[in-house]
Structures are given as structure tokens and as C-alpha cells.
Design a protein around this ligand. Structure first.
Ligand SMILES: Nc1nc2c(ncn2[C@@H]2O[C@H](COP(=O)(O)OP(=O)(O)OP(=O)(O)O)[C@@H](O)[C@H]2O)c(=O)[nH]1
Ligand SMILES: [Mg+2]
Length: 360
């Protein structure tokens, strides 16, 4: 869980790199992760969380360590990528490594920016990308299926897996997406096959500035991809905002009716899509946010911090974020009876501030 990765995918020239640059530059909280570029196109982005700044005020001198996500700027995909067109298979493998596909779709008009298919048509562009991903998966599935059919004859235990693989193959053949058509259990069983279409997709429509306020056209785009989540951003505006001081950026953003930064919107969507939540730790040294799956237990959460903490888990002292802010310190919360001691099976809640007790 320690770092989830989102891959920016889409046709060439739709604004992926513009968005990537502005999102990674915008990462103000990342001061302690000296905006690490792992490769030229992999960035570490701080998960915006205003609770950390509030907590840091209670612990003067503590440093803020945000949760992070990895963002990959993947080269543009073209029709025929699955058979090796463009950069072809090489970067399909980059997509295999991500937890969420962030598909950037162009709707902005600009005669100075060429469109690979000459016209603005988001539906067509989405279909091209889905088709390429599906073709790549059909290719790997058809190779797997031949082998599985043989193996299943001598090993009846494999029959279920064979049937599921056949089901995936026919869904893809019928133009369906595996992520939206299969249940969680089926997706888990298929995980080893590393299919592209089993990954959740968040659609990011790169719109004109003046469409940011147009609720009607926004709804059409949202409906186009529903039930998948969709965001509307203007990458050009995001890159202008990234160059401004926080206060000025906020003011300009609000003049467009936007209450969240592009990064915040993306992180909110990614957490929701992947079923993630945050818990917090706070002390003299650092205040820090950690990411876990919703429904994680206290013992699993401890493992996020250190394997020893999970293995030697004794208990978790927990105070709600707003109680800690209201009472101002752990000891004041203790005296007020706001600190609960929970055992290993306690289900973590978003915004729990935790001190783990453990044996090594
Ligand atoms: N008008 C306008 N131009 C944009 C916007 N976003 C990106 N562009 C321009 O579109 C061109 C392509 O943008 P990139 O971000 O490089 O596109 P890309 O998707 O990374 O392209 P590839 O890496 O080739 O796949 C650049 O000239 C950008 O300045 C936008 O929101 N509005
Ligand atoms: Mg690019």
C-alpha cells in the first residue's frame, strides 16, 4: 500500500505531460520528499491533507510528512499500439505497473495543437484507448487460454480459472470493460494475468477554461463514462496555477468556480476508486499521514509504519483528529477521556490519530 501509483494514459497531445508537470510542481507539502523524480516521467506527489498543517501547529518544530502517490506520465497511445504502433508494447508495460489508469481525454479546442485524429471527439478517443487496451489483453489471454485448456484436462482444479479466463475473453471481445463487469473476487483471481482492462479508470477531461463553469457540458462528459469516475480539469490553467503562490492560485481558481486543486480532485477520486483512507500520527518529531485500505485493522495499519510494529502489536491509542485539535495535546485528550485504547481487530477510521504500542 505504501505508495499507490496512477498512470496518465491517453492519445498523444491531449495534455498528459502538461498535467503531470503542474500536478508534480503543485506538490507543496512534498518538501520532505524532495520532489523525487524516480525516472524523468515518474513523480512523487504529496497527498494534500490540510489536517497535517493543523496538527503541526500543536507540535512546534515537527515536520510534516504527507502520504504520497506516484504519478507516471506515460507516452501517448495510438491506434495500433497493441500490435506495436507508436511506442506500442513498450509502454503498455508501463500501464501494467499502475494501480489506477488516469485517462486524459481532450475536449479543449486549439488550432495550434494538432489532434492525432484531426477533430475533437472525446467518445471516439475513449473508444480508441479502450480498444487498444482490450486488444492487448485479448492477445495475452488467447495465448494463456490455449495452455490452460490443456492443463485443465488433466487438473480439474483449474476448471474454474479456465472458465473465468474464458469469460474475460468474451467480455473483452464484446467491447466490455473487465473492471466494471467483473466482481472484486473475479478481479482478484485474474490479478496474476496482469491485464490492463482489470484496472480502474478515472477519466480526466482536459477542457477549455470557459467550460469549467458549464455544468451542462460537464454532465454530458460525466454521463459518457459513467459508472467510471470523471474529473474535469483545464491542464493549461493548472500549469498557470502551478506557477503562482498558494494564495493567488486559490483566488484565481475560485474565480473559475473551482474549490479543489487538480491534484486534490485526482487524489480524492483515486482514494475513492481504490477504497483507501488515511490515518495520522503526530508527535514532537513529525506529523504524518499514512494510507490504508478502508476497513483495515489497527494491526494492519501498524504494519504500514513498520513490520515490527505489526508483528509485535499490543494496542493502539487512538484519538479523533478534531478532538486532538480541540484539546490541544495528547495529555489533555487523555484527561478528558478522549483517548481510546483499541485492540488489533479495531477497524481504522479516516482521520484517526494513532500511537501504536508494540513489543520487539
Ligand atoms: N489550449 C490548450 N492547450 C493545451 C492544454 N493542455 C495541453 N495543451 C497543449 O497541448 C500540447 C500537448 O500537450 P502535452 O501535455 O505535451 O500532451 P501529451 O498528452 O503529454 O502528449 P504526448 O506526450 O505526445 O502523448 C502542448 O502544446 C500543450 O501546451 C489545454 O488545456 N488547453
Ligand atoms: Mg507527454
Amino acid at each position: 500500500m505504501s505508495s499507490i501509483s496512477c498512470g496518465l494514459v491517453g492519445l498523444p497531445n491531449v495534455g498528459k505531460s502538461t498535467l503531470y508537470n503542474s500536478l508534480t510542481k503543485n506538490s507543496v507539502l512534498a518538501a520532505n520528499y524532495p520532489f523525487a523524480t524516480i525516472e524523468p516521467n515518474v513523480g512523487i506527489v504529496a497527498v494534500p491533507d490540510s489536517r497535517l498543517e493543523q496538527l503541526a501547529e500543536l507540535f512546534p518544530g515537527s515536520k510534516i510528512v504527507p502520504a504520497i502517490i506516484k504519478l507516471l506520465d506515460i507516452a501517448g497511445l495510438v491506434k495500433g499500439a497493441s500490435t506495436g504502433e507508436g511506442l506500442g508494447n513498450q509502454f503498455l508495460s508501463h500501464i501494467r505497473s499502475v494501480a489506477v489508469i488516469v485517462e486524459v481525454v481532450r475536449t479543449f479546442e486549439d488550432n495550434n495543437v494538432a489532434h492525432v485524429n484531426q477533430s475533437i471527439d472525446p467518445k471516439r478517443d475513449i473508444d480508441i484507448i479502450s480498444t487498444e487496451l482490450a486488444l492487448a489483453d485479448l492477445d495475452s489471454l488467447s495465448r494463456r487460454l490455449g495452455q490452460m485448456e490443456k492443463e485443465a484436462k488433466s487438473n480439474p482444479k483449474l476448471k474454474h480459472m479456465l472458465e473465468l479466463t474464458q469469460k474475460a475473453y468474451s467480455l473483452l471481445g464484446n467491447g466490455q470493460q473487465l473492471y466494471t463487469q467483473l466482481n472484486q473476487e473475479e478481479l482478484k483471481q485474474l490479478a496474476d494475468l496482469q491485464l490492463l482492462s482489470t484496472k480502474p479508470v478515472i477519466y480526466v477531461f482536459n477542457v477549455d477554461e470557459n467550460s469549467l463553469n458549464n455544468k451542462e457540458s460537464q454532465q454530458l462528459l460525466i454521463d459518457m463514462v459513467s459508472p467510471s469516475p470523471a474529473l474535469l480539469v483545464c491542464a493549461k490553467l493548472e500549469s498557470e496555477l502551478a506557477a503562482l503562490e498558494d494564495y493567488d492560485a486559490k483566488e484565481l481558481r475560485e474565480s473559475y468556480g473551482l474549490h479543489h486543486s487538480g491534484l486534490e480532485s485526482l487524489v480524492i477520486a483515486a482514494y475513492k476508486t481504490l477504497g483507501l483512507q488515511s490515518f495520522l500520527t503526530a508527535g514532537e518529531k513529525e506529523v504524518r499521514a499514512w494510507t490504508v485500505r478502508s476497513g483495515s485493522t489497527a494491526q494492519e495499519a501498524a504494519g504500514e509504519i513498520h513490520g515490527d510494529m505489526q508483528r509485535g502489536f499490543i494496542a493502539a491509542d487512538i484519538v479523533g483528529f478534531s478532538d486532538l485539535i480541540m484539546f490541544g495535546s495528547w495529555s489533555a485528550c487523555r484527561s478528558a477521556g478522549k483517548v481510546r485504547t483499541e485492540g488489533k481487530d479495531y477497524k481504522m477510521q479516516d482521520g484517526d490519530v494513532v500511537e501504536f504500542k508494540f513489543n520487539v
